[in-house]
Design a protein around this ligand. Structure first.
Ligand code: 4AD
Length: 457
């Protein structure tokens, strides 16, 4: 039973630092509060039980002593059990530490029977022990997410996505939402997810780029943050089957303006995120050596990269020295990026190894006005280019890539009704986060990863 003579409790979130909340110290009494959350850590001593409560916003040390510590529910308390707790807030004793320097001295608590979490072999910490194998953790992703590391990466993700939106808004770019179910490819047939759409064949979108291009004439510069899908047939640490794609398209620009814009957006997003104390603290914990990248980013032409790889004796996947025209494979790209150890804009890739829609370089028509942004530890995180804007050239490009132009009639029409020099890019949000949060794999930077042979939970 709650003692009705106690002051009425103020309901707060665990991170609340409202100036009306007082801590008991010396003669000053503390505010009586009510908090709701789950037992994150439990430490039982002889007569006292310390519970670290979490509510997704913060943590609070709750001290169960005296009669409350002797209750059945306190003695049998298990990790992840939900609780309603009342008590007076105290300053932590000298020498001790607790979140926000305070602890709750519990005078009453309530656990609905349905709120209890299992203990023993079924306890959360047993099922997803820190040393559990990665597959178990992925099968139990819904429980892994209860942990500090998994959830903190997703909090950074929330801030990063918000920062992209606000940066684009400041640039007066308009957000649109292109379809996920499509009948055209963007990045090659090999990674298309095909499905039966009523009586027709359709695909899950690989990129919203072609649709963004159709918005330019009447909506100005546009962007979207949508899912893209790739039927990747290999297991790597940076490939997902479903990923979040930050894509933008800009009208009447030059290739250099596109590169400047991309660098500005990436750096502004990072600055905004690091200006948020809570997010910056998480990033510093996950990636202690993180610093905002120096500007301007290094700009390196594909031909210079080939020379670099030859000079440093980094071979192709087939074990040969690199030559002009070779695709720079993931391993070689990573070795070069890690050695240079700063962001690189790799530009001017040869047309045959890039997508059909890329604009050729006016000074050297063997190469395209294309860019990949490479980051240490991850490799490519952005792919972009200027788009072919001449009708006849585009028709030829379909032919060269063995693409039937018929389903692309709406894309081709952009070259008939007021074409323009324009360009854009796509940034893989999971890869950006893997770099920012120093994560080995993009599987840990999304909520529920999808990759070859995993569609659960
Ligand atoms: O280089 P990509 O294939 O470029 C495009 O899709 C363009 N149409 C985008 C555009 O210009 N609007 O992909 C762009 C980025 C890559 O740099 C990478 O970060 C990410 O998307 N990406 C993947 N991320 C996770 N898993 C995969 N399977 C990915 N494939 C691409």
């Amino acid at each position: 039973k709650q003692d009705s003579s106690l002051p009425e409790a103020k309901k707060i979130r665990l991170d609340d630092e409202d100036s009306s909340i007082k801590l008991k110290k010396g003669d000053q009494s503390g505010t009586r509060i009510l908090v709701l959350g789950r037992a994150h850590r439990i430490r039982k001593q002889k007569d006292v039980i310390f519970v670290e409560l979490k509510d997704g916003y913060g943590k609070m040390q709750c001290v169960f002593a005296g009669d409350v510590a002797k209750t059945y529910d306190a003695i049998t308390l298990t990790q992840e059990t939900s609780m309603k707790i009342y008590g007076e807030l105290h300053e932590v004793p000298a020498g001790a530490t607790a979140p926000l320097g305070r602890e709750l001295h519990v005078d009453y608590f309530w656990i609905d029977p349905a709120w209890k979490a299992p203990g023993g072999d079924d306890a959360l910490s047993t099922r997803v022990a820190p040393d559990a194998d990665p597959n178990t953790k992925l099968n139990l992703r819904h429980l892994t997410l209860r942990g500090d590391t998994a959830s903190s990466i997703l909090l950074v993700r929330d801030s990063v996505e918000f920062a992209f939106n606000s940066t684009y808004k400041e640039l007066r770019m308009r957000k649109v939402s292109p379809p996920a179910l499509v009948q055209t490819q963007v990045e090659g047939g090999a990674t298309l997810f095909e499905f039966q759409y009523y009586d027709e064949k359709a695909y899950l979108t690989q990129s919203s780029q072609l649709y963004l291009e159709t918005c330019l004439p009447s909506m100005g510069n546009v962007y979207c943050i949508e899912k893209s899908f790739r039927a990747e047939k290999s297991l790597t640490r940076r490939h997902l089957s479903e990923y979040t794609h930050v894509e933008a398209e800009l009208d009447f620009i030059t290739f250099n303006e596109l590169l400047d814009h991309l660098e500005y957006v990436m750096c502004t997003v990072l600055k905004k995120v690091m200006d948020e104390p809570e997010t910056a603290a998480i990033i510093k914990k996950l990636n202690p050596s993180f610093e905002l990248p120096q500007q301007p980013f290094m700009r390196m032409k594909y031909t210079e990269a080939i020379d670099w790889l030859v000079k440093h004796e980094i071979l192709t996947d087939e074990g040969k020295p690199h030559e002009f025209g070779d695709d720079i494979a993931e391993a070689a790209e990573r070795k070069m990026t890690d050695a240079i150890n700063k962001p690189i804009f790799l530009t001017h890739f040869p047309a045959p190894i890039k997508s059909f829609y890329m604009q050729k370089d006016a000074e050297d028509d063997r190469v395209t006005e294309s860019v990949d942004c490479l980051m240490p530890g991850v490799g490519e995180i952005v792919g972009g280019s200027m788009r072919m804007y001449d009708y006849a050239e585009l028709m030829q490009a379909y032919k060269n890539s063995d693409i039937d132009p018929e389903p692309y009639y709406w894309y081709t029409d952009q070259r008939r009704y007021g074409s323009s020099p324009h360009g854009g890019y796509g940034l893989g949000l999971e890869r950006f986060l893997a770099w920012l949060c120093n994560q080995h794999t993009v599987r840990d930077t999304c909520l529920y990863p999808r990759y070859m042979n995993r569609c659960t939970p």
